[in-house]
Structure formats: structure tokens, C-alpha cells
Design a protein around this ligand. Structure first.
Ligand SMILES: *[C@@H]1O[C@H](CO)[C@@H](O)[C@H](O)[C@H]1NC(C)=O
Ligand SMILES: *[C@@H]1O[C@H](CO)[C@@H](O)[C@H](O)[C@H]1NC(C)=O
Ligand SMILES: *[C@@H]1O[C@H](CO)[C@@H](O)[C@H](O)[C@H]1NC(C)=O
Ligand SMILES: *[C@@H]1O[C@H](CO)[C@@H](O)[C@H](O)[C@H]1NC(C)=O
Ligand SMILES: *[C@@H]1O[C@H](CO)[C@@H](O)[C@H](O)[C@H]1NC(C)=O
Ligand SMILES: *[C@@H]1O[C@H](CO)[C@@H](O)[C@H](O)[C@H]1NC(C)=O
Length: 751
């Protein structure tokens, strides 16, 4: 077939060409005649190519191509001297230099004073397996300064991970003042009148992961960011661009989405020009960033993962958590652990706060085990002179006052009860009132002559210093070995300040990167030495939940706010990127976290959505409450293969006005079972809840439907229904009446 398409403003130009007829498999394919590479996943294709001038540009990103079309990368057509084609090119790595005026990724200072780059393809590529591609660029005639673009495909999840390595082959130092990870160029919205909506996730302590929707407008650049040194609660390094269907064009559910694998300061920008073309950039925040490359050295930027789906936000919500889980499993050595479920956790913080002792912990453990709890964790307060948050942090030695015989007898007791044993740490911080700080005041971040800014009475250790990393690794690994720790809750409770490296022959601004790489190196080392160790990421709740750390750890503490109706909103946003098994929720006491008495059933049902934890004070729960909780834990274990390893979708987004309802459906990957969690937390009207329509079932199959409401021992309803009826008419939940805080668990099994 011969076809011609006129070149427009877009970089990609489909020229008069013969279509190559062979169907394209998934994987990476070089066009036989053109400098064009096709990155093909199950349902998407991403094409890059080098223009005649040598600029490496994106040529296509969208629904999967079945053929290797003759796509040639070209610069946009010249239209006016004010529109330099290179500015509108879809360059894969736009660096500062020349006539480029949009957001760029890379700013350098070269030894001869030049601060501009012109990166061109030098003809070298490297394909490894069917999912890695490297493409090498050089700076104009300075062929000793190379940048290797890295592409890695997650074929089944339609996600591409990108980063690059910049190498200084020159004889002198090169400085980087910005080194961000990737630029993404989705095509224009479908029709002239169509709009693109940007979905982002914002929050605060106790109010994490609230989804935000913004329409893209020409001339506006949106910046989401953290300058705090860690991922932070205020914005999450995640974006989704959704096509808003209009009545002029066929509805489309196209979504481009992505997330950064970086747990330090970060930024993502999204813009759109007047013709509807967007650029998305992201990486380490350029604010106060610096890195020096000595001759022969290289720097690799963190990965920025992005994907494409035609299945709307539910599609993105399926693919990104699956992707995180897949990368997390890469680090899991034993098959046994791959098949395991995350344990039901008990944490004594809300029961005892700092007032822990051996005897009190034993009493709680004895109560927890018969309830079916599988992991017993001791929170803050077990070490040093730690009676409140003003002292002891950094002194990772078991308090003799609280545990006269050390921690091992408690761990042994917990193990004998058949539970795993966990301890809380905040390794990166130190109280000025601690032995560690008195001994090593220069181990924290500071500037001479200005105050050391404390937050929550604590300073932040400089993980750029090897001796600090060694101290922390030694303390953690020694305790893990000696006590028999199965799980650590790794907390981090303040943003960074005075981030710099002292007595450093290199660039003191490198500290911003060391914060993160130092943290990762300890986590990686612990995971390597203790493959069975579970690690939880926590930062005053959900302050460190980027996909970089999520793929290294086993669970995430989604929020300190355990009020269940607040949790619905938090889990709604967090589930955009958290695999359900990682997203932990605790059942805590009512009304201690609110002035409203919320039924235990509602609390459990909200926590069922991911990994289940209990934070209630077992000493003050009534016998009846213990019995009910035990029943809910038992039911959770029967369905957790669905809750933890299934795909979580929202049938009804949590509403803030009107009838306050929310509903999720978690479906096994083989679609043979699903669990719907349905919540009605308030309604001033007495009408029945409208039927809830399920998804992802086989229309022709018959399903058994089991409904649990206020009592785990009682099946409120038990009936059969066809997949078609479940999806097209839906289920009625009469128990969700207009009394506040009604909820149900609906277990659907294919017969
Ligand atoms: C693609 O671009 C190259 C370099 O500009 C040119 O030589 C070649 O003819 C083009 N191929 C097609 C099929 O247009
Ligand atoms: C690079 O940064 C270092 C440290 O700030 C500085 O001493 C050096 O002059 C810089 N070199 C260049 C080429 O800018
Ligand atoms: C190609 O990439 C692989 C994996 O990243 C690496 O081991 C190999 O050395 C590379 N080869 C070349 C020629 O760069
Ligand atoms: C390389 O240097 C030559 C000679 O100075 C110059 O004509 C050419 O434009 C340079 N190429 C690039 C890509 O900068
Ligand atoms: C812990 O002890 C302090 C006094 O040391 C007390 O004020 C606080 O109420 C206690 N908390 C609990 C949960 O027992
Ligand atoms: C914190 O604990 C220390 C040591 O037990 C005690 O001296 C101090 O008064 C406590 N501070 C607060 C604010 O409770």
C-alpha cells in the first residue's frame, strides 16, 4: 500500500511510503532502512528515531502498531523565525542549548565555559534481550561527552522506563546543574475541540493522596514537585493525562500516565502549546542540584516510567501498580516469598505510644496471637533514652529500663506464639539529645555559623558520609540478627534542611542525591543480607511513596490518619500507584481518631482494601469486640489472595457531597473471583442505594455472590447471578441504608 501524508507541525512525518508488511512482535525492533526503533508492548507502541540532523525524537506513542510503518523522524516544518523547529521537536532528551525554549532536562557547565549542549545521535545503539535499548548521543563535535539513553520495556504492563547516563570523557571537570530523567510527548488530543485533563495527586500529613483534575490550557506549564529532600506528602511524582471525551468526537478512554522512581526532591512539568502538543518532563529537582563529573566519570539519572492505555484511569490504575509489583518481585529471591501474602499486622503504637515495657508488650502479644495476627510490631520508644520525641533518636540500642533482658526474649515469645516480630526505626534522624549526636555532631547536615534547624526535635543525618551509612547498617543488621527481627518499619519524620557536603572536594550540592542513594544503599544491603526481611516505607504516614522505594519494600504506611472515611479518599488516590498488598491500613479505636463512633465492621472493610493491620488498644477492647475482630481477620485471610494480589478498581469514587458512598472492586488476574467493598458513610435521604454494577467478569459465567455486612460470622446474602447481570444490572445492597457508616463485603466466585 502506498500512502502519503503531508507534514505538519508534528515532528513525525509519515512520508510517501510502502508499509512493511510483517506484523510486529512485542519487543524492540530497528527499522531495516531507517534510524527508527519500534518499542512494542502488549497494547502500545513507542517509536523513536534520529532526524537527518541527528536529533533523537519521539515519532509515535500510542496504541500498538501492527506493522513497521516507514516512520522517519523529522524536525517540525519551519513556520516563522519565532518558532525554531528544534523548540517544537519531540526530542527525547532536550538539553539546554541553541534555540530550545521549552522545559529541558539537562544543564551543564563545560570546562571551556560553554554551558550549552547539542546532543546528536552518533550511530551507536545496544539492544539487550527483547526489552532494553540504549541509544548513544554526543555533544556536537565534542565526541568525548556522551549521553546514553536507556529504554526498558515492561511489555505486559505497557510501560516504558527511561533514564540516561552522561559520561565525561573530556580531560577536565564537567558540572551538571540539572539532570532530569525523561521528556514524554503524547500526541495532540483527539479532536480540535477536545481537551486533555491532567490528573495529579496532592496532600498533606494526615490528608494524603487527594486526586486533582486540571484541564490543560495552551501557554500554561504545570509544575508538581517536592523541594523537601524526600518524596513528601504535598504532591506525588505521578501524572495521568486523560482525554476528555467531547460530543464532537468519538469517546476515547486514552490515558498517558507515569511516575518517577526517586525518593528525593523531584519535579514533573506538563505544558501544552497552542496547537495542543504537550511535553512532560521529570526527574530530580533542579533546585540547588549540582553534580560534578571528574574526567572519566558518569552519572545515571533515576528512572521515569510512563505508559499508555485505552482503558481510562482504571486501565492506568491496573498497569502501574502491577508494574511496581513486578519490579518489587525482581528483588525477591525465594519462590516461597513470592507466593506468600503480606501478614496481618499488629502495631502497639496507638495502645501504648512511648510507654512500652517488656511486660506490656508480652500482654499485647498474648492477646494478638489468638486473634489471628501474624506480625507483631513494636513502635517508637524501645531504644536509648526515648520516652518522648525529644531524646534518644539515633541510639539504636535496646532500652535496659524498658527491656531489662534486651529485646530477644520478647521476639522469642512472639515467635513462639507463631507471629513474626517487627521493630520501628527512624534511621536517618537523630535527636540533639542523644549519645550519637554528642559523639558525632558533624554527622548531621549543617552549615557552620547558622542554626541547625530542628523539626520534631530532630536533625537529619548526612547519608552521604560513609561512616554514617556504616553505623546505621551495623546497628540495624546487628539487631536484626541478634533479636530475630522479621520486619522493620522505616520512618522518616521531617523534611531536610542545610543539605550540603562539608570538606568535599567535589560539588557540595551532590548531597541532595546522596540523601537518596545513601538511603537506597542501606535498604538494598539489608534486603540482600536478609532476603526474608520485610521493610515498610513510612514518612509521617505516606510521605515517601514513590515507585522508586515502593519497588524495594514490602509495604507502605499510607497515612497516619486512620479514620476510615478519610482513608477512603486517601486510598483512592494512593491506589493509582500502590499495589494493593503494599497499601496498609490499620483498624484503630473509635472514637479516638474522630469524635464519631464508627462501627468496627466499617473500619475493617476499609482496611480490607490492601494489607490489613490492627492498631487498636487490645487492652481496652471488649470481649465482644475482640471476637468480632477475630472474625473479620479470619474472613480477610479467606479473601486476601484477591485483596492483595488482585487489581483494585473503584466502582464509585468516594464522594464528598450528596449521598456519601464509595465502592471498590478487586479482581483476581484470572477474573475468576472478585471482592466488592461498598461504603455508605452518610446519607440524609432514606432511599435505597442504587445497584452497584460490577466489571471484568465473564458475561456467560455464573457467579456465587456472598455478602457480609455487620457480622463476620453471618452471611447476609448468598445467591447466584450471571456475569452479564452482575455487570449490567448490578447488585443491590439493602444493608447500606441511610444510617451512617454502613458497609458490605461482597465476595463473588465463578462457579
Ligand atoms: C528518511 O530520512 C533519511 C534522512 O533524512 C532520508 O535519507 C530517507 O530518504 C528518508 N526515508 C524515507 C522513507 O523517507
Ligand atoms: C564545577 O563546580 C565546582 C564546584 O562548585 C567548581 O569549583 C568548578 O569551577 C566548576 N567547574 C565548571 C567547569 O563549571
Ligand atoms: C549493551 O548493554 C548490556 C546491558 O546493559 C551491557 O552488558 C553491554 O556491555 C552493552 N554493550 C555495549 C557494546 O555497550
Ligand atoms: C563541528 O565543527 C565544525 C567545524 O568547526 C562545524 O562546522 C560543525 O558545525 C560542528 N558540528 C556541530 C554538530 O557542532
Ligand atoms: C504515657 O505516659 C505519659 C506519661 O509518661 C502519659 O501522659 C500518657 O498518657 C501515657 N500514654 C498512654 C497511652 O498510656
Ligand atoms: C521527655 O522525656 C524526658 C526523659 O524522660 C523528660 O525529662 C522530659 O520531661 C520529657 N519531655 C516531655 C515534653 O514530656
Amino acid at each position: 500500500m502506498l500512502r502519503c501524508v503531508l507534514s505538519g507541525l508534528a515532528t513525525s512525518t509519515l512520508v510517501c511510503s510502502l508499509l512493511v508488511s510483517a506484523a510486529l512482535d512485542t519487543g524492540i525492533h530497528k527499522h531495516p532502512d531507517l534510524d527508527t526503533w519500534f518499542l512494542v508492548t502488549d497494547k502500545s507502541t513507542y517509536v523513536i528515531g534520529a532526524t537527518a540532523e541527528g536529533y533523537v525524537c519521539n515519532v509515535y506513542w500510542g496504541s500498538r502498531l501492527e506493522h513497521m510503518d516507514n516512520l522517519n523522524a523529522t524536525l517540525p516544518a519551519y513556520t516563522s523565525s519565532q518558532n525554531p523547529p528544534i523548540t517544537y521537536a519531540t526530542e527525547e532528551l532536550p538539553a539546554f542549548g541553541g534555540l530550545r525554549y521549552r522545559e529541558n532536562l539537562l544543564d551543564v557547565e563545560l570546562p571551556d565555559g560553554v554551558r550549552e549542549l547539542n546532543l546528536l545521535y552518533n550511530g551507536k545503539t545496544n539492544t539487550t534481550g527483547d526489552n532494553h535499548l540504549d541509544v548513544e548521543l554526543v555533544d556536537g563535535n565534542r565526541t568525548d561527552l556522551t549521553v546514553t539513553l536507556h529504554y526498558e520495556l515492561d511489555i505486559e504492563n505497557d510501560i516504558i522506563r527511561r533514564s540516561y547516563t552522561i559520561r565525561n570523557g573530556l580531560k577536565k571537570r564537567v558540572n551538571l546543574s540539572r539532570a532530569q530523567s525523561a521528556a514524554w510527548h503524547p500526541p495532540t488530543a483527539l479532536g480540535v475541540d477536545d481537551t486533555r485533563e491532567l490528573l495529579t495527586v496532592a496532600g498533606e500529613w494526615g490528608n494524603e493522596a487527594q486526586t486533582q483534575r486540571t484541564i490543560l490550557r495552551p501557554g500554561l506549564t504545570h509544575v508538581i514537585q517536592s523541594k523537601r529532600g524526600h518524596t513528601a506528602h504535598q504532591s506525588y511524582p505521578f501524572f495521568a493525562l486523560r482525554q476528555v471525551p467531547s460530543d464532537l468526537s468519538p469517546a476515547s478512554n486514552e490515558v498517558y500516565f507515569g511516575a518517577l522512581a526517586w525518593s528525593g526532591s523531584w519535579e514533573i512539568t506538563v505544558d501544552m502549546n497552542i496547537y495542543g502538543y504537550s511535553r512532560i518532563t521529570g526527574g530530580i529537582h533542579h533546585h540547588d542540584f549540582g553534580w560534578t563529573l571528574e574526567p572519566g566519570e558518569s552519572f545515571t539519572v533515576p528512572e521515569f516510567a510512563a505508559g499508555y492505555t485505552q482503558d481510562g484511569i482504571p486501565g492506568a490504575r491496573k498497569l502501574l501498580p502491577r508494574h511496581v509489583r513486578k519490579y518489587q518481585l525482581k528483588n525477591v529471591k525465594t519462590q516461597q516469598k513470592k507466593d506468600m501474602y503480606n501478614p496481618v499486622l499488629y502495631n502497639s503504637w496507638e495502645a501504648l505510644t512511648f510507654n512500652i515495657t517488656y511486660d506490656k508488650q508480652i500482654a499485647l502479644a498474648d492477646k494478638a496471637a489468638p486473634m489471628g495476627i501474624e506480625l507483631f510490631a513494636v513502635d517508637d520508644g524501645w531504644f536509648g533514652a526515648r520516652d518522648n520525641d525529644s531524646a534518644g533518636l539515633g541510639d539504636w540500642f535496646v532500652s535496659k529500663k524498658k527491656f531489662p533482658e534486651g529485646m530477644k526474649p520478647l521476639a522469642d515469645h512472639v515467635h513462639k506464639l507463631g507471629m513474626k516480630f517487627g521493630l520501628w526505626f527512624e534511621p536517618e534522624a537523630v535527636n540533639p539529645d542523644s549519645d550519637l549526636y554528642r559523639e558525632h555532631p558533624d554527622w548531621v547536615f549543617f552549615y557552620d555559623g547558622i542554626p541547625r534547624y530542628t523539626g520534631r526535635n530532630q536533625l537529619q543525618l548526612n547519608l552521604g558520609l560513609k561512616e554514617v551509612r556504616e553505623y546505621l547498617y551495623d546497628r540495624l543488621s546487628t539487631l536484626i540478627r541478634e533479636v530475630g527481627i522479621d520486619y522493620i518499619k522505616w520512618d522518616m519524620n521531617r523534611p531536610f534542611a542545610e543539605v550540603t557536603m562539608h570538606h568535599y572536594k567535589r560539588n557540595p550540592r551532590e548531597a541532595w542525591v546522596h540523601i537518596v542513594t545513601g538511603f537506597y544503599s542501606i535498604v538494598d544491603r539489608l534486603k540482600k543480607e536478609f532476603p526474608e526481611l520485610l521493610i515498610e516505607t513510612c514518612s509521617s504516614g505516606g510521605g515517601r511513596m514513590d515507585i522508586g522505594i515502593l519497588q524495594k519494600v514490602d509495604n507502605a504506611w499510607t497515612s497516619d490518619n486512620t479514620r476510615p472515611d478519610a482513608r477512603l479518599f486517601i486510598q483512592h488516590g494512593a491506589s493509582l500507584f500502590l499495589p494493593p498488598r503494599i497499601m496498609y491500613g490499620w483498624v484503630t479505636d473509635s472514637p479516638s481518631d474522630s469524635q464519631i463512633d464508627i462501627p468496627l465492621s466499617f473500619r475493617f472493610h476499609v482496611s480490607y482494601m490492601g494489607g490489613l493491620g490492627i492498631g487498636s488498644n487490645l487492652n481496652t477492647m471488649t470481649e465482644q469486640e475482640i471476637k468480632e475482630a477475630t472474625g473479620w481477620i479470619k474472613l480477610y485471610k479467606q479473601i486476601r489472595h484477591i485483596m492483595q494480589n488482585g487489581d483494585l478498581d473503584w466502582l464509585v469514587n468516594p464522594s464528598r457531597v450528596g449521598d456519601l458512598i464509595a465502592a471498590t472492586q478487586t479482581t483476581t488476574q484470572d477474573q475468576s473471583e472478585a471482592v466488592v467493598l461498598a461504603f455508605r458513610y452518610n446519607s440524609v435521604f432514606s432511599n435505597a442505594l442504587n445497584p452497584i454494577r460490577l466489571r471484568y467478569l465473564e458475561p456467560s459465567a455464573i457467579y456465587r455472590v456472598l455478602v457480609y455486612e455487620e457480622d463476620p460470622e453471618i452471611v447476609a446474602e448468598d445467591y447466584d447471578m450471571s456475569g452479564a447481570l452482575l455487570m449490567n444490572k448490578g447488585i443491590s445492597l439493602d444493608g447500606l441504608n441511610n444510617i451512617m457508616f454502613r458497609s458490605a463485603v461482597v465476595w463473588v466466585q465463578k462457579k
